[in-house]
Write a protein that binds this ligand. Structure first.
Ligand SMILES: [Zn+2]
Length: 295
């Protein structure tokens, strides 16, 4: 084996190891104004909501721990109010990864009670075993159905538990006076949804929740999705229609006695694969999870 060959093997290994780890230094937090005193912060992981109230700043989700300082710096560019409350839309690591850092800085973490329950003990994400979170990282305030924050004398931030869909602890955060809603990972704008069956996920819950939101909001509402750009009602309606069609197809394939492998060979998602099937959830994964969700 000559030296040049060894060098190229070593450098390939180094490059693939580096690629496997995220390059946190390269991540930049971009801030988009969504409405008066409401912003969306994009970095790496779930989209962060920022609301500025009379006394405090309020965050929705916190991405990954190595990004906390950058997230705080981005918040400081728009407000000097203390980040007093932080709501987790659900327990996944790309939404709660900064909890410990924020809690140590005096922020109170709030979430649905199922989020705290899952984070409190070892649990599965896909095939991966996730350890229990430290007490510091856990939500300190939990709720069962809904919770209202009063941002000032006029504006509110309503946190509502929705039907199990992405997980069984999903919250929507709605700002009725500002006409903004953060839907967490119930809406991955630009990708097929992740139905986390190990966390109580359910395709029918996605569709029910989308129908509820379409009823609640209007054409002017700004929707902050869990991932992807800020969007609107017509985009959510098209997404809901896509999910209804795919679910109907998978359901009838299954009812006709087709195995999962046979259903996967039918091209049940082909119209949308180019747009929605290139990311985290590919066409095989979405058909598999819907097929299993219908058990
Ligand atoms: Zn998620």
């Amino acid at each position: 084996m000559n030296k040049k060959y060894i060098f190229s093997v070593v450098s390939c290994l180094t490059i693939s190891l580096l690629a496997a780890q995220r390059d946190w230094d390269a991540v930049q937090i971009k801030t988009e104004k969504v409405a008066d005193d409401i912003y969306c912060l994009f970095g790496s992981g779930g989209n962060i909501g920022l609301a500025i109230g009379q006394d405090y700043a309020y965050l929705i989700d916190d991405q990954f721990a190595p990004l906390s300082e950058k997230i705080i710096a981005a918040v400081r560019k728009v407000t000097d109010r203390p980040i007093r409350f932080l709501v987790n839309t659900h327990w996944h690591g790309d939404h709660v990864g900064g909890n410990e850092n924020f809690a140590k800085g005096g922020t109170v973490i709030v979430a649905h009670e199922a989020v705290r329950k899952r984070m409190s003990s070892p649990h599965k994400r896909g095939d991966r075993e996730m350890p229990a979170s430290t007490y510091v990282a856990l939500p300190k305030v939990t709720y069962a159905d809904q919770l209202t924050f009063h941002l000032d004398s006029l504006r509110t931030m309503r946190v509502m538990h929705v039907n199990p869909s992405h997980t069984d602890g999903d919250s929507y955060i709605y700002f009725p006076e500002s006409n903004v809603i953060h839907m967490g990972d119930n809406f991955a704008n630009g990708g097929y949804p992740y139905i986390d069956l190990n966390s109580g996920g359910d395709i029918d819950g996605f569709i029910r929740n989308h129908n509820m939101v379409l009823f609640l909001i209007d054409d002017e509402t700004r929707i902050i999705p869990g991932h992807g750009p800020v969007t609107n009602r017509s985009r959510l309606m098209a997404y809901r229609d896509m999910l209804v069609t795919i679910r109907t197809r998978v359901k009838s394939a299954k009812a006709s006695g087709n195995s999962l492998e046979e259903a996967l060979a039918m091209g049940l998602t082909k119209e949308w694969d180019a747009e929605f099937g290139q990311g985290f959830i590919d066409p095989t994964e979405i058909v598999t999870s819907i097929y299993r969700s219908l058990d």
